[in-house]
Ligand binder design. Structure first.
Ligand code: FAD
Length: 303
């Protein structure tokens, strides 16, 4: 209760204060900081997916700059030999201003990744974006079958039916590649499961569907119960190690992450960086108010 109150207040506080919390969950503001975080993860046998922070932009001028920043990032990361791919948020390219412009920008980014035989993940944003982001994915998947994937959110009631309707894009040679996560946005009960147990139940049902159909899942969770459930499903479907991966956010549950890596499963960490860390951080805080106690601890340690 107190944590939630503090979490709601924190966005109103000076950025310097929020940075105390953010610095554990963000690689830094610069591309160099992102490269160094990725190198360190790679040296521990962990793959990465790099995300430039920013979302829900207001002008198409910003969209073009964001596209250029991603194109430069891909050049830099490929040149540095980073073992990883890239994640994009469509609202950062103007999805809600002009979906066609957004498509053209993301197409440029996917084409650049395809030049390196690499891959772009389209993050899933709030429920107002889901149809648009599925459409975007469909168009890009048709042109770049191996180089693009999507995120699906287990808390949405529609997800199972989305999964089924996307099966027309699936072939055994070039399987669909979906990151499955719980979903981070506050959505109404009408469209989204609310209770932890029902979200977890649907997460595992969706994952079971993917493994059964040969879809490549990125199992994105820090919830030990889901990791254990996923491992059971992987065993019961006898999924080979190169047909799935686990994914976690930078700085979150490093011990659980290491235990998965040590057991020989592929792990990919989402590495966010950039100037727009404030919005990302306050969203994380609202999602997980328990983190507030660690901020208070870090404040005390920094005295
Ligand atoms: C790689 C990756 C990509 C994602 N992409 C998207 C996306 O495109 N769209 C979307 O809607 N959501 C995305 N998410 C967020 C996701 O939907 C969940 O909101 C988030 O992962 C928390 O759910 P959980 O499964 O970890 O379980 P929870 O039950 O929320 O967390 C389990 C435990 O993990 C720890 N933990 C979880 N989150 C945090 C945190 N932020 N900071 C510190 N500790 C934490 C806590 O100890 C918590 O008790 C992504 C998550 C990951 C891992």
């Amino acid at each position: 209760m107190i944590n939630r109150l503090i979490a709601n207040t924190i966005p109103l506080l000076p950025e310097r204060f929020v940075w105390l919390f953010s610095r554990s969950y963000i690689a830094g503001e610069s591309v160099d900081a992102a490269m160094s975080a990725c190198r360190s993860l790679n040296s521990d046998g962990i793959k990465t997916t790099i995300d430039i922070l920013g979302e829900f932009i207001r002008s198409l001028d910003e969209a073009r700059k964001n596209r250029d920043e991603y194109l430069a990032l891909i050049e830099t990361a490929q040149g540095a030999g980073i073992d990883g791919n890239y994640s994009v948020k469509p609202t950062m390219f103007g999805l809600l201003i002009d979906a066609e412009v957004c498509y053209a920008h993301i197409r440029d980014i996917v084409a650049k990744a395809a030049d390196y035989d690499n891959f772009i993940r389209i993050d899933m944003e709030d429920s107002g974006c889901v149809d648009l982001e599925i459409d975007l994915f469909r168009r890009l998947k048709a042109e770049f079958p191996k180089n693009v994937g999507l995120v699906l959110q287990a808390y949405l009631r529609r997800t199972r039916s989305d999964l089924e309707s996307l099966m027309d894009l699936h072939t055994p040679d070039v399987p669909l590649n979906f990151r499955l996560c719980k979903g981070i946005y506050a959505e109404p009960r009408r469209i989204a499961f609310q209770r932890h147990e029902e979200i977890n139940l649907h997460f595992l049902e969706d994952l079971g569907f993917m493994l059964q159909k040969g879809i490549y899942p990125g199992i994105a969770t820090h919830d030990r119960a889901l990791v254990d459930g996923a491992l059971k499903l992987i065993e019961s479907y006898q999924a080979p190690r190169d047909r799935y991966e686990f994914q976690m956010l930078y700085g979150v549950t490093p011990e659980l992450r290491s235990s998965i890596v040590d057991a020989g499963h592929t792990m990919r960490v989402y590495v966010p960086y950039g100037r727009h860390w404030f919005g990302y951080s306050t969203r994380r805080l609202k999602e997980n108010p328990k983190i507030v106690s660690s901020i208070v601890k870090s404040l005390l340690l920094n005295r």
